[in-house]
Structures are given as C-alpha cells and as structure tokens.
Design a binder for this molecule. Structure first.
Ligand code: NAD
Length: 449
C-alpha cells in the first residue's frame, strides 16, 4: 500500500495499492492483447472515443480539479485551468486522428507511399507537478496514432490519473487500451523500461531519471522521448514595457510554487533597467497571494513534500532581495524568494523546482544570449523588448525549445513543446507529438506491366 498526502495539510487523503512487477507485466500483456483490434479501429471511431473522453473530462471538471488541487497542493483556480487544458488536448487529438497523413513520393517504375504506423504498447512515466496535464499530453497523441498504453503516474500524485483511467473506460475505450499502473519508479517504471513488449517510453521527469530511462531503453532499442528539467531565462531588455514584464514575472516562476519545468527562474535584466525592474518585481511578488489551495483567490500553494522543501531551502544562501510570507501551521510551505546572483552561481545553474528566482544583470544583447545559453538545460524562456528585430534575433539565438516574446506562456494544445540540450528530446502537443508515437513505413508498388 502507498499513502497519498495533501501537501497543504499533511493529511492522508488516500491509501492505494502499489503495483509490483507482476501487475506491470499483466498490464503490458493486456495492452499487447488489445493492440491488434485497437489499431484496426476506423479513424473516425478512434476520434469519437477521444472526443468522448474530452467531454467526460469537461463533465467531471470540478471533481478532477479538486482531486488535483488536494493531491498536488495547487490553488484550485490553477487546477481548474489545467483540467480545462486536459479536455482541450483530447479534443485536439480527436481532430488529429485523420490528419496525420502519409505521403506519395515520385519514383521510377511505380508508386511510393508512406504510412504512419502505431508503435504498439507505449509505456508512459509521468511526474508529480502537473499529473493530469502531462498524462493527457502523452495519451492524446499515442491513442490517436493507434497505440495501446500503460501509464505509471508519480508515486506522490496518482489520484487524478487513476480517475482518468476510469473515465477512459466509461468513454468506451476497449479494455486493455488504456492501463494505469500506480507504483514506484524503481519497480513499475523500471519494468516498463526493460519490458521487451513495450515499444516506447514517453517520459517526463528529472534529467537524472531521464538518463536512467535512456540507458535502460538501450537494452531493447526502445524509442524514448524525454521531457526533462529546465532553468529557463526570462530576458528583460531596458526598452521593454517594464511594468508589464515585472507584473508577469512572478507568475512565470512562482506558479505551481515554482515546481514547473518551464519556470523562468533566471530573470536576466539589462543593467540600465536593473534597479527599476528589481523594485517593480519586488512589488509584484509582494502581491502574490500564498495560502490555502482551496481558497478561490490563492495563487501559490505549498511544495509537494517535506523532503522537497529541504532541497529547495538548500539553494538559498546568497543575497536575498525579497522573501514572502507563508501560512503558519501544517503544510510544506516555502516563501516566494528573490535572490541576486551571478550567472555561474549554483542557484543560477541548477533547477531549484521551487519558488526561488535569481535576478542576474546583463550588459547588452550578446551578453544576454551568452548568459541565457550558459545552462545545461534548454526548455523554455521569454524575451521582453519593444524592438521586434531584436526579439527575433535573440529568439533564434537562444538554445531552447519553447520561447515567448512579451509573454511568459509555454504550452498550448496545438503548438509543439519540448527541450533542447539536457531538457530532453521529442516534442509533445500539437501535430509534432504524433511523430513520437508512430513509425514511418515506406511501401513501393511496381506499376510497370
Ligand atoms: P522524477 O524524475 O523523480 O520522477 C518522474 C517519474 O519517474 C515518476 O513517475 C517516478 O516514479 C519515475 N521514476 C523515478 N525513478 C525511476 C526509475 N529508476 N525508473 C523509471 N521511472 C522512475 O521527477 P519528478 O520529481 O516527479 O518531477 C520533477 C522533474 O520533472 C523536474 O526535473 C521537472 O523539470 C521535470 N519535468 C519536466 C517537464 C517537461 O515537460 N520537460 C514537465 C514536468 C516536469
């Protein structure tokens, strides 16, 4: 059995069975048995099932949001937004089923065509920070392509994904197509990685475990996509709308209590505007409402666990510019914290995964690009400037998979999301994700008499 805790109250909210190798093998066997019939389902019918799942998520919107909020400690308003996106993602992939085409290629003596074949059984391993969202980013494209799935949610936050598995059955997905197996990474996750009948691992989590996934997958030449850590830069030029950039910056790093792979936790500010921006940022951070996730107006909740809070705290030893308030009593709270740093400080290099942002000054455009790229990661980031040419020059020069200009947004159902460098490879969301859940097959048909 495994105990599931509400990080805002430290109360046990569920006791669930923790699967072992046997249960994992049984789930893989069910998914394998279901695959031939599932891949043969007519595209329109596969789309209908995805659409039905999207509708069920909408119908259970409040229930799923409450589960997510209680299990992860997310403010309820944010959880509602995330569950809204889950439904949009399934709607998107319902529409994508019959738009993932092959090609015909001009060749001599016949006709050459390509097909997008499903891979078979796909193993999915997800993290605790956005459990349902990330599950949908993998399930949507995998199911749209005709794969069957065994998904292992994170030990700390299995509840919303288990409920989604029930909704998938209610939607009418045949038995064995969607299998949710809750258990330890070192047991269930490891078994999925090694299992000869699993064709691919879609992994989201830390870069460290991502390395283990890649190593383990080598044994069976499994396909892998890896969505890993980040240390994204929020680059603020002196000519930007500083008020807007400063008002938005706290949400880009303190949202989900900083437990966000896209967190813009390095705030790079052009020296000419540094003092003014720091002042505005402190004001904006002071306004952040930290408190009970069930309170409709809360903007930041606690961290996921006591252990994680210790890790986050271990990063803060430098010049603290600002430290916010936290509620008293139970819960794994950590205050929103702004520190001043140099580009090579630990806090500016490593992923904190908590509500701590490092302010770093830069001299000019070239310096900004140099500092932004001085990271093993390359997931997300922002550029704030009124100079359109510069915005695009810098966007092209930063080695990262997802950028926004005069905005801090990173994810949309229809646009590709994923990392450069040690933030991983492969893309989720949009039509690009379909490539990660299918193989290209080339068929030549001789037409000469
Ligand atoms: P984690 O790597 O500890 O765990 C992720 C998942 O892997 C969990 O389900 C866990 O049980 C499983 N796991 C752990 N050890 C395993 C093993 N040996 N074999 C197989 N599976 C194993 O990550 P986390 O702490 O849950 O999540 C935080 C990390 O995830 C951060 O680094 C964050 O940046 C990253 N993340 C990345 C993205 C992205 O899209 N790039 C999104 C969210 C989170």
């Amino acid at each position: 059995m495994s105990t599931v805790v509400n990080p805002a109250t430290e109360e046990t909210i569920a006791e669930i069975e923790s699967a072992g190798v046997e249960e994992t093998d049984a789930a893989v066997a069910r998914a394998k048995a279901a695959f031939p019939a599932w891949r043969a389902v007519a595209p329109a019918d596969r789309a209908r099932l995805l659409r039905r799942l999207a509708t069920l998520v909408e119908e259970h919107h409040e229930e799923l949001s409450r589960i997510e909020s209680r299990n992860v400690g997310k403010p309820i308003a944010g959880a509602r937004g995330e569950v809204g996106m889950v439904a949009q993602v399934f709607h998107f992939y319902a529409g994508a089923v019959d738009k993932h085409h092959g090609e015909t290629i001009p060749v001599a003596g016949g006709v050459d065509m390509t097909f997008r074949e499903p891979l078979g059984v796909v193993g999915m391993i997800t993290p605790w920070n956005f459990p349902l969202n990330i599950a949908s980013w993998k399930l949507g494209p995998a199911l749209a392509c005709g794969n069957t799935v065994v998904l292992k949610p994170a030990e700390l936050t299995p509840l919303s994904t288990l409920r989604l598995g029930e909704l998938a059955l209610e939607a009418g997905f045949p038995e064995g197509v969607v299998n949710i197996v809750a258990g330890k990474g070192s047991v269930v996750g490891q078994r999925l990685i090694e299992h000869p009948d699993v064709a691919k691992i879609g992994f989201t989590g830390s870069t460290e475990v991502g390395q283990q996934v890649m190593r383990g997958a080598a044994g069976t030449i499994k396909r892998v996509t890896l969505e890993l850590g980040g240390k994204s830069a929020n680059v603020i030029f002196a000519d930007a709308d500083l008020e807007r950039a400063a008002a938005a910056a706290p949400y880009a790093v303190f949202d989900n209590a900083g437990q966000d792979c896209c967190a813009r936790s390095r705030i790079l500010v052009e020296r000419a505007a540094y003092d003014r921006f720091a002042e505005l940022l402190i004001d904006a951070t002071r306004k952040l409402k930290v408190g009970d996730p069930e309170d409709e107006s809360s903007e930041m909740g606690p961290l996921i666990s006591a252990q994680h809070r210790e890790t986050v705290a271990s990063f803060v030893d430098g010049a603290v510019l600002f430290k916010g308030e936290i509620p008293e009593g139970k819960g794994y709270w950590y205050p929103a914290t702004l520190v001043e740093a140099r580009a090579d400080d630990r806090i500016a290099r490593d992923e904190v995964f908590g509500p701590v942002a490092a302010l770093i000054p830069f001299d000019d455009e070239a310096d900004a690009v140099r500092i932004a790229n001085a990271s093993q990661y390359g997931l997300s980031g922002s550029i704030w400037t009124r100079d359109g040419g510069r915005a695009f020059r810098v966007a092209r020069a930063i080695d990262t998979g997802v950028l926004s200009i005069n905005s801090n947004s990173s994810v949309r159902p229809s646009t590709p999301f994923g990392g450069f460098k040690q933030s991983g490879f492969g893309r989720e969301l949009g039509m690009h994700a379909l490539a990660g859940y299918s193989e290209v097959k080339n068929v030549y048909y001789a037409t000469e008499a």
